[in-house]
Design a protein around this ligand. Sequence first.
Ligand code: FDA
Length: 407
Amino acid sequence: MHSFDVAIVGAGAAGLFCAGVAGQLGLKVLLLDHSEQVAEKIRISGGGRCNFTNRDLDPRAPHRHYLGENPNFCRSALSRYTPSDFVALVRRHGIPFHEKHKGQLFGDRSADDFIQMLLRECGAGGVTRWQPCAVQAVRAVESEASRYALDTDRGAVQARNLVIATGGLSIPKIGATDFGYRIARQFGLRLVPTRPALVPLTFAGASWAPYAALAGLSLPVTIATGEKKQRVEFHEDLLFTHRGLSGPAVLQISSFWHAGQPIRIDLAPGVNLPGELARAKAGSRKLIANELAAWLPARLAEAWVQQDPAWQRPVAEASDKALAALAERLARWSLVPEGTEGYRKAEVTAGGVDTRDLSSQTLESARPGLFFIGEVVDVTGWLGGYNFQWAWASAMACAQAMAAAGP
Ligand code: FDA
């Protein structure tokens, strides 16, 4: 029988960070993962460079960048471990990084820098790491020293604290499972239904046919969904794909989109299209498509005018009504997605362990000694480093709470 102060299941972003901190705070830590490699999602994150946090995060207003049944739940952990704290750690390890747009911080070299940093932190904390190692069963035990017993590939384990850091359901081919949700259910915790988020949207074959040829084309847009108080809007790049739409604009809006709802896209944000087209009509001999190419990618302009014969002519010969309809449709392209690309392509999973059953201070569940951290919790960040910051902050809150309670 192996005995530890803490057993952490899941050696991803949250699990690795929690293990290193808890170990350095004096706890005897076991970190195990069923995958051969650690932190596969860090490896593929940010296009291989890892967008590890975001400077724009305001911990006093977490609802601005996080969603979930209670978007304020993450306030406590995020304000006690901020992006600057993580940046300080990255600097201590000498990892070069840079800011892209909207506060997003990326490594200059490769995501592996961050994995090696987390492994060094685990080393400094004397963490025992078992990989690959699956957990067959978890039980509560009644003993002062140990509250949880685990049956694993490497034998029986007892631990005073059990931390579930198994993440969400996205990208099953690199090790995502529903383990965390099963453990939550086993111990009587509530779950918020899960759904893929930060995910490309798909459209029905026939309705998408006119746009399928635009696959690969990207342009800046304004995108919105929801009505009145529920309305959300992003200004980001849109990417056409063979089956639908992707790119940062669509990934962001997908987290807020509900089946059957339309999304609305302004394909020429900031351009006064009615005014520009009226001006062109008065003085230009060009085709409408050629005029549009001043504000849109030429391929999109060409495909767009194919939708109406009234748009396939010189702008000087077009009716005012046709030009008004064209401007309106470009500024308010409304379309109802058929669905999403699912967990296979989603960057994160929305929903998860219900925050009503967790302490926002410590991430401990209603069940003493049982903690949930990272993406398995019903806290979902925007695109742009917010999900990793939640992983770091929730891991820190949990590690500090376990250390404060003593070995
Ligand atoms: P994470 O998924 O990192 O780790 C879970 C671990 O648990 C894995 O190692 C897994 O093998 C293990 N596990 C699962 N089931 C198990 C079981 N039954 N037994 C044992 N172990 C088990 N975020 C961001 O902020 N910036 C970015 O740049 C990106 N980029 C990005 C790109 C892509 C392609 C994806 C898919 C995701 C992102 N993300 C991101 C999201 C980010 O990767 C994600 O939110 C965090 O990795 C979540 O950290 P966790 O530690 O909670 O789970």
